[in-house]
Design a protein around this ligand. Sequence first.
Ligand SMILES: [Cu+2]
Length: 138
Amino acid sequence: MKECIALLLIISFVLSSTAFADLQVQNPWVRATTEKNTAAYMELTNTSDQEVKLVSASSAVARRCELHTITDNGSGLEMRETTAISIPAKGNIFLEPGKTHLMLMDLNQPLSEEDVIPFTLHFSDGTRLNTNAPVKAK
Ligand SMILES: [Cu+2]
């Protein structure tokens, strides 16, 4: 019986410590700019069996970050702020040029290649992920 309890404790410890690995950021990058706003791109992977939403982001270089989608309004493409970006269960999404992206608004400084931008991403399940995104000119 004692061994059983010890085993359960070990299992629950392992489960709780891996719960934080359900979300991953890959290949983040930020577009170089001398303007006040720019965009950040990345791949987000959700390995859990529940949908998770990216609900906000923050970065030390920008006064605020918005989640943007791009829609075709009939006469052209238009950026719109959205409140959440869904990452399907056992799925991944790409934030990429011309599509859904993170917008860094009111930058404190110009961003040039070689800079590395720290970010925090906040998800609907309470997860916070810190990442560092290199600045690229493309
Ligand atoms: Cu935008």
